[in-house]
Design a protein around this ligand. Structure first.
Ligand code: AP5
Length: 248
């Protein structure tokens, strides 16, 4: 029996906290994929999960928004697509992710948020990881209703500092001072693609592409569905995921 399979009550005592920590530190590389519609809470969860597990947080949305903020050639191509709620073409997304994943900081594993979103992206991720004798170990699908996601997106505010990217909500996750980031004191802004008409496009796009991705990970026996609602107690999704990982 592995230590992770120790009876729950012993494993969860405070005296085992140190051992749990050490086991995660010496674990083999772990790749965790977060799936879910716009506003499902992927970014919020990844921002908590990655430091808790000592993994990097890799978000295609954040990578693309950085390109736009820096006014790069790539940024100019993808800005209108993102602002209209469309998906960035696979050939661009695949090239960006392949380059990002191969960086040394991601060799110990990563929490991957917003990727894959198409079958081709799911296959590329499998191929890249297979080349390194790795695989997606866990895929968590954050499953929320359309109504709840719309409420989350309309109230979302983001730190304007691209190096920070912290996310807030005007009701569910308020900053200490109105309109100011708790972490770096930069002003908070609303994302261009959080306007109601763009949100509708994004949700439609998600519904049209999500099924095959869920099937992909279901077949690989690493898919877990986590229900999420706006009535859940704070930290509910994080705790559910940590428990599923055996890292709580
Ligand atoms: P991306 O940035 O990935 O956007 P998204 O997937 O639409 O997801 P969001 O960032 O909107 O939501 P989230 O699930 O992270 O929710 P969050 O934690 O912020 O992508 C943006 C665009 O880039 C795409 O539309 C596309 O154009 C392009 N793109 C990206 N990846 C691509 C790819 N692989 N291929 C092609 N194109 C790609 O939470 C939302 C709000 O809810 C926050 O205010 C938060 O405080 C609140 N909240 C979070 N959790 C809870 C909770 N449990 N209860 C209550 N409130 C909560």
């Amino acid at each position: 029996m592995s230590l992770l399979q120790l009876p729950g009550r012993i494993w969860h005592t405070a005296s085992f906290a140190f051992m749990r920590h050490v086991m995660w530190a010496i674990r083999p590389p772990t790749y965790i994929v977060l799936l879910g519609g716009p506003g499902a809470g992927k970014g919020t969860l990844a921002a908590e999960l990655a430091p808790a597990l000592g993994l990097t947080h890799l978000s295609t949305g954040n990578l693309f928004r950085r390109e736009i903020a820096q006014g790069t050639a790539l940024g100019k191509v993808i800005e209108p697509i993102m602002n209209a709620g469309g998906l960035v073409p696979d050939e661009i997304t695949l090239a960006v992710m392949a380059e990002e994943l191969s960086r040394k900081r991601n060799w110990r594993g990563a929490v991957i948020d917003g990727f894959p979103r198409t079958d081709a992206q799911a296959r590329l991720l499998d191929d890249l990881l297979t080349d390194w004798d790795q695989r997606v170990n866990f895929a968590f699908f954050l499953d929320g209703s359309k109504e709840d996601l719309e409420v989350r997106l309309s109230g979302r505010r983001m730190c304007s500092n691209r190096e920070c990217n912290r996310t807030y909500h005007v009701v569910f996750s308020k900053p200490l001072k109105d309109g100011v980031c708790d972490k770096c004191s930069h002003p908070l802004i609303q994302r261009d693609d959080d306007k109601p008409e763009v949100v509708a496009q994004r949700i439609d796009k998600f519904n049209a592409t999500n099924g095959p991705i869920l099937t992909h990970y279901y077949r690989r026996r690493c898919l877990q569905r986590i229900k999420t609602t706006n009535k859940d107690p704070k930290g509910h999704v994080f705790r559910a995921v940590m428990e599923a990982l055996g890292a709580d």
